[in-house]
Ligand binder design. Sequence first.
Ligand SMILES: [Zn+2]
Length: 301
Amino acid sequence: MAFNNLIGNDKIKSLLQKAIENNNILHTYMFLGIDGIGKFLFAKEFAKMILCSDANNKPCNKCVSCIQFDSNNNPDFTIIEPDGKVIKIEQIRLMQEKILEKPIGGSKKIYIIRDADKMTKESQNCLLKTLEEPPEYVVMILLVQNEGQILNTVKSRCLRISFEKISDIELKDYILKNNILDNIDENMLKLCEGSIGKAIKLKENEILYRSLIDILENLDKLDLVEILKKAEIIYKEKENILELLDYFNVIIYNIYTKRLNDKYLNCILLVEEAKKRIRFNTNFDMTLDNLLITMWEELNN
Ligand SMILES: [Zn+2]
């Protein structure tokens, strides 16, 4: 079954499924919704279905197109992403050159523009030419978090589909049924933010996140030496530190909502401060030391 790895947003599933069945696929879609809600996963699955060469069972996961798709090698599928903070006009121009080349494998070519709201105005105006006269074989899916950033002229040429957040109950149910995690507490559920993708990622780092929760929940109970010892595991996560610090804040906020101690809100500010320092390439170990110590002091003084 198509979309069987994705939960929630059932209306959207059947809308896209019907488009495939009736061979009524439009040139431009705009998927709207907050980050982590599944827009990208839905768009990818939809693209895979469109490109699949099996007549009845899309995606079949067996045809050349599906196999290429799963190994990120399908020549008729392209993802455009921000280069730095924005999607530059050069990226759109390059895409427009490539769009003119006919599909290689089948009858369609698909482009997903991720974070399409990060297109500059110039990029959007440039894209407009393609939206107005798309080659017959092209399908574009624009993923948008902040609709206000998109020009009306662009919006009006897309079929807009709004995604709803998956409820914590649905998500918990899915995670347990599919053995993504053996058990999930409220903190971990919050870390998933209604996103199955995040839950899977969480599994990969389960030990790390569980110790993170352990550290933050015990900041006001253990002495500093014990905290720093428990925190050793975090020091190995240099690569993912910004993401990890976001998780710090989710967990801290969750603790705050239970304990209603304003000191936890101050801890969130300390985490934000640490994020800034790390973005400015301040020494990683020192920043983390400093963060843990100041948070500990905040809660224990
Ligand atoms: Zn297939």
